[in-house]
Design a protein around this ligand. Structure first.
Ligand SMILES: O=C(O)CCC(=O)C(=O)O
Length: 690
C-alpha cells in the first residue's frame, strides 16, 4: 500500500507547533463532543474474577519486570535470613510424590496451597495449606518420624526487609487469635478439618536435604491440628517478648506411611543419583480421597479467649487438665518444667503455678507429644493429588482459566506451570499433555464492546480531551484518536479497527492461533528478572519474539528471525506499519515484534518499554478479546499537582493499533494491559544494534 492513499486528520507541517495550534483551536469542539457523548465507564473485567491466588499482585507488583538496562530491586522485597551452616542431611534417593522448584509452580498447580508470600493458605477462614519453612523456633519439633509436627505459625515474626537498598529488621509483633491466619488455624483445630503440610528446603527439621535433591518444595500430606496454644517468646522488639501461637499437627493415618519414611527404608540402596523418573508412590488413600480417621484430642482445645468459652470444654476433660486460678481456663500441661496458663489476655499468662515465668529451655511432656488415638468412625479425606489437566472443553475453547493452570506430572511428581502455549510440559522429565481446541473468531468478542468507551482521562492527568477523527486507509474508513500528553511527554494514538477495516486483522488472528497451537510459533512464558517470589517467576502471559533480540524476554536465545516467524508475525508487522504511518504521517521503522498471547485472566503488569537502545516509537496491534490499558506516571516523574492514579485508560479492541510516540512516553509513564479474555497482541519496536 502506498503512502498516497493514507491520510489521518490533517498532515503536520511542524509537528510541535501543529499540536499547540490544534489544541487551542479544537478545545471548544472537544468539550462539546464530550458533553454530547459522555464516556461510558470503563470496565476492568478482571475485577471480581479473583484467581484466588493469595497475594499474587504483591508478587508481580509494579516496576518489577522491565528495563533490563538497570538492576531492579523491589523496594519492599522480603529477604529471608539464610542459614549458611553446611547441611549434613542426606539427599533424597527418590523424588517425592508431589514436589516443585518454585513457589509459582506450587500455587498454579496445587489447589491446597496458593499463597505466594505467606506461609498459611486459607480460604473462607479455613486453612487449606501450611508451609514449614525457615525460622523454626527452638520448640518446633518433627517428631514420630514427622507424624507429629509442632510449628509456630501465623506471621508477624521478626524479618529482614530490603527497603530503598538498605536492610532493615521488622520487629516481631504479638500474634492475636483474631489475626486472619491464626484464626483460620484455630478454626481447623476446633472443626477437626484436615489441612495439607508442605515443607521447603529451608525447613531444617525435615530429615532430608531438599535443596541438594533439587526439590525446593515438597508436599508432606494431610494433617489434623491436634493442639493449638499461645506462648510468650523472647523477641527483638521494645518489650523483648511477643505472643506466638503454636500448632501441633498430626499425620492422618489413613494415608498410610509417610513417603519420607518409605524413602528412609530404601536408603540402604546405595545408588547415589536421584531417580528423577520414579517418584515414591503416594498412598492410595491420598490419591483417591478415601477415608481418614481423626485423632481424638485427649487434651481439650486450648481456650482462645474470643473464640471458645470454657463451657465448651468437654466435661471429661475438665478433670484431666488444670484450671488457671485467674482466668479459669483449662489447659493441658505442655512442658515438663511446669504447668502454665496459656491465655494471652490473662495476667497469669506464661507463668507457672507460683507466678514465676518459665525459662527459655523447655521440654515437652511425654504425654503431650504422644500421638493421639484415632477416632473409630472414619471421615472422608479430600483429594490431595491435583487432577490431570483438561485436554478438551465442552465448547472447544482451550484458553479458559483452567487451561492456564499448572499440572502435576504423575511420572516424576513435579508440579509445573503451564509454560508452553502448545501443551503442558513437565519441567523435570518433559512428559507432555496435549490439548485440542478450536479457532476463535473475532465476532465472539463483539458483545464486550458494549461494556466500555474508548477512554477515560485520570484526575489531574493534564491530558487534554482528544477529538475523534476519521482515517482513510485504502478506501476503508475508521476512527482515530490522538492523546497529547502534558509537559511535552509525547503522544499516544489509538487507531480503531472496525468490521470494514478488519479483514487483515481477522486473518492474522486466525494465523496466530494456528501457528501457536502447532508450536510453529513457540509461545511461552518467560522468567521475570526481578520479583518477590522464591524460585523462578514466569510472566503472566505467553510471548514470542521475532526480529531483533529483545532482552526483556530472554534476548537472543528466545528470538527467531522474521523469515522463520511465519505469516502471522509478518502480517502483524505490515498492518502495524501501515496504520502507524497513517497516524504519524511518516513511515516508522521497526525491526522487532513481541507477540503476546493471553489466556483468560492473564495480563501484563505495569512496565515501560524503556530497554536501552529502543527507538522512540512503539506500536501494537490488538487481536481477539478487548483489553483495558492503563497508563500512569512514574512516581519520580510526577509534577506538582499531577494525579497519582491512572492518567489514561484506553480500551483496546480487535483490530486496533496503538502507537506510543516519543521516548518520553516510556520515560515518564508505565503501562499495563488487562485483557478481558483470550487475546493476542503484536508490539513492534526498533531495537538499536549494539
Ligand atoms: O497490548 C499488549 O498486550 C501489551 C503490549 C505491551 O505493553 C508490550 O509489549 O510491552
Amino acid at each position: 500500500m502506498s503512502s498516497q492513499n493514507i491520510s489521518i486528520g490533517h498532515p503536520l507541517r511542524d509537528p510541535e507547533l501543529k499540536i499547540m495550534d490544534q489544541v487551542v483551536r479544537d478545545a471548544a469542539s472537544h468539550a462539546q463532543h464530550f458533553v454530547k457523548n459522555p464516556p461510558k465507564p470503563l470496565v476492568d473485567w478482571t475485577n471480581g474474577e479473583s484467581t484466588n491466588d493469595q497475594d499474587l499482585d504483591g508478587v508481580y507488583g509494579p516496576h518489577l519486570h522491565i528495563d533490563s538496562s538497570k538492576e531492579i530491586v523491589s523496594s519492599s522485597e522480603v529477604v529471608t535470613i539464610r542459614d549458611h551452616e553446611p547441611d549434613s542431611r542426606p539427599r533424597l534417593t527418590r523424588k517425592p510424590p508431589i514436589w516443585a522448584q518454585s513457589r509459582q509452580e506450587v500455587c498454579e498447580s496445587f489447589d491446597w496451597f496458593r499463597s505466594y508470600q505467606g506461609g498459611v493458605y486459607f480460604a473462607n477462614d479455613i486453612v487449606k495449606g501450611y508451609l514449614l519453612s525457615a525460622f523454626a523456633s527452638s520448640r518446633d519439633i518433627f517428631h514420630h518420624n514427622g507424624r507429629l509436627i509442632i510449628s509456630h505459625g501465623g506471621g508477624k515474626s521478626e524479618s529482614l526487609h530490603s527497603r530503598d537498598g538498605h536492610m532493615e529488621t521488622q520487629m516481631a509483633e504479638d500474634q492475636l487469635a483474631q489475626d486472619k491466619s491464626v484464626r483460620a488455624l484455630l478454626r481447623n483445630h476446633m472443626e477437626k478439618r484436615p489441612l495439607v503440610l508442605l515443607a521447603d528446603d529451608r525447613y531444617k527439621l525435615f530429615p532430608y536435604n531438599l535443596a541438594a535433591s533439587d526439590c525446593t518444595y515438597v508436599v508432606l500430606g494431610f494433617y489434623y491440628v491436634t493442639h493449638a496454644w499461645a506462648e510468650s517468646h523472647s523477641a527483638e522488639n521494645e518489650r523483648g517478648r511477643a505472643v506466638r501461637y503454636k500448632f501441633a499437627f498430626q499425620w492422618c493415618e489413613s494415608q498410610g506411611e509417610p513417603w519420607w519414611i518409605k524413602q528412609s527404608n530404601m536408603d540402604t540402596d546405595s545408588r547415589d543419583d536421584i531417580d528423577a523418573r520414579r517418584p515414591l508412590q503416594a498412598p492410595a488413600s491420598a490419591i483417591h480421597g478415601l477415608t481418614a480417621v481423626i485423632p481424638q484430642s485427649r487434651s481439650a482445645p486450648v481456650k482462645i479467649a474470643a473464640l471458645v468459652s470454657a463451657d465448651q470444654t468437654p466435661t471429661a476433660l475438665k478433670e484431666i487438665h488444670p484450671k488457671c486460678d485467674h482466668c479459669r481456663v483449662q489447659v493441658p500441661r505442655v512442658y515438663e518444667q511446669g504447668w502454665m496458663c496459656l491465655t494471652p489476655s490473662c495476667p497469669a499468662f506464661w507463668t507457672m503455678r507460683r507466678g514465676e515465668p518459665p525459662g527459655d529451655v523447655l521440654d515437652y511432656t511425654a504425654n503431650f507429644i504422644k500421638l493421639e488415638p484415632v477416632q473409630s468412625s472414619p471421615v472422608n479425606l479430600p483429594e490431595l493429588f491435583p487432577k490431570p489437566p483438561p485436554t478438551e472443553a465442552w465448547d472447544d475453547v482451550t484458553t479458559a482459566y483452567t487451561f492456564s493452570k499448572g499440572w502435576h506430572c504423575r511420572q516424576c511428581g513435579r508440579l509445573s506451570s503451564r509454560y508452553k502455549w502448545a501443551h503442558w510440559e513437565c519441567a523435570n522429565c518433559e512428559s507432555r499433555v496435549w490439548t485440542k481446541g478450536r479457532l476463535r473468531r473475532p465476532n465472539e468478542f463483539w458483545t464486550q464492546l458494549d461494556q466500555c468507551s474508548n477512554h477515560q482521562l485520570g484526575y489531574n492527568s493534564g491530558i487534554f480531551p482528544p477529538r475523534s477523527e476519521m482515517y482513510d486507509i485504502g478506501g476503508a474508513r475508521g476512527e482515530y484518536i490522538k492523546y497529547i500528553l502534558p509537559f511535552k511527554r509525547g503522544r499516544i494514538h489509538l487507531i480503531r479497527g472496525n468490521p470494514r477495516t478488519n479483514l487483515q486483522a481477522d486473518l492474522i488472528f486466525q494465523q496466530y492461533q494456528t501457528q501457536a497451537a502447532s508450536g510453529d510459533l513457540p509461545f511461552r512464558r518467560f522468567p521475570l528478572r526481578a520479583h518477590k517470589c522464591r524460585g523462578i517467576l514466569l510472566t503472566n502471559y505467553f510471548s514470542q519474539n521475532s526480529g531483533e533480540p529483545y532482552q526483556y524476554v530472554g534476548g537472543t536465545d528466545n528470538t527467531i528471525p522474521f523469515e522463520e516467524a511465519g505469516s502471522a508475525v509478518r502480517g502483524a508487522l505490515e498492518l502495524i506499519q501501515t496504520r502507524a504511518q497513517a497516524a504519524l504521517n511518516q513511515k516508522p521503522e521497526f525491526n522487532e515484534v513481541l507477540s503476546a498471547a493471553y489466556m483468560e485472566r492473564q495480563r501484563m503488569a505495569f512496565h515501560s518499554d524503556s530497554e536501552r537502545g529502543l527507538g522512540p516509537i512503539v506500536a501494537s496491534l490488538s487481536l481477539g478479546s478487548a483489553a483495558v490499558m492503563h497508563f500512569r506516571v512514574h512516581a519520580h516523574e510526577r509534577q506538582e499537582g499531577e494525579g497519582t492514579g491512572n492518567a489514561l485508560t484506553l480500551t483496546l479492541r480487535h483490530g486496533d493499533v496503538l502507537v506510543m510516540e516519543g521516548a518520553a512516553v516510556q520515560k515518564c509513564y508505565e503501562h499495563t494491559v488487562i485483557p478481558c479474555n483470550f487475546r493476542v497482541a503484536a508490539t513492534a519496536r526498533l531495537i538499536g544494534k549494539p
